[in-house]
Ligand binder design. Sequence first.
Ligand code: NAD
Length: 331
Amino acid sequence: MKVAFFSTKSYDRRFFESINANYGHELTFFEAPLNANTTPLATDFPAVCMFVNDIADAHTLKNLASCGTKLLALRSAGFNTVDLKQAAELGIKVVRVPAYSPYAVAEHAVALILALNRKIYRAYNRVRDDNFALEGLLGFDLHGCTVGVIGTGRVGMVFAQIMRGFGCTILGYDAYPNEQFSQYVSLPELFEQSDIISLHCPLLPETHHLIDETAIVQMKPGMMLINTSRGALIDTTAVIAGIKSGKIGYLGIDVYEQEESLFFQDLSDTIIQDDTFQLLQSFPNVLITAHQAFFTRNALEAIATTTLLNITEFEQGHPLKNEVAYPFALV
Ligand code: NAD
């Protein structure tokens, strides 16, 4: 099947071309993001493959439908930028990669915790500058800490398991509890008791700005907040106020609410216009990575394999195992 890939980088091309040897689809790679302006590139492609910050809103989907697109294959788990209702009305099927490597994302969340706690990013720069002083690098033992996990799905469960290995007490909150996890508490209890809170739930209307002013008021002073899920789970303005007041002692984020205009590109020669992002960057207790939690070779192989399999299922008229149908039911 002819597939138009949007927002592609060299690593997408490398992994997809290699694994496509087993599937035989006709792949065309575009660097442009998918949005209402770039849809003419998809003309005569029955399948379009998009990534996390591509926009498949109503306008884009209508354009795609008129270009002949029948399948939207997301090479991601999250689907918050797709208007599923519109896709259903236009008869465009949407498929995704629900699971690739929960270890990649969970381990990155742990990397953020360790780097923030022991200030590895500051220590690295100091030592390179022949500054061997320890002032300002004081950390704390993870052993004995209470860690709150919001969203105990694939990533949240792996994250909880790793943190248990450090000797932490784990508390969880999930709108749809699972039987493998036993330490569920209410959200207010999780906010009140956790030294570290890590977000592992999807971005949905009900989780938008889950971490807002009301949530932050309930948290322990000096707590650590980690977000590797989706930027808009956090009300960034409220979090900045929380950092300034000292309520939030550490912030580690791999995702940012307005990341579409920043992440996945080299902007080192430009002036960043996003003042909120620049303010966040200026705090010594904030560590930002640019949506790289998924970025392991194991995950990229799994993403390419599942995406190409999803496309084959559609081409052959088989049931779509990884369809994101409207309305989408989580359980
Ligand atoms: P998953 O579907 O296995 O788990 C999500 C969990 O969130 C489920 O247990 C679900 O019941 C729970 N949930 C749903 N609504 C909730 C609510 N209102 N409150 C609390 N919990 C709720 O997904 P996963 O594979 O564990 O991935 C988790 C998230 O990680 C994804 O939604 C995605 O946004 C993010 N992610 C980020 C990256 C990255 O590179 N940074 C990569 C992959 C996934």
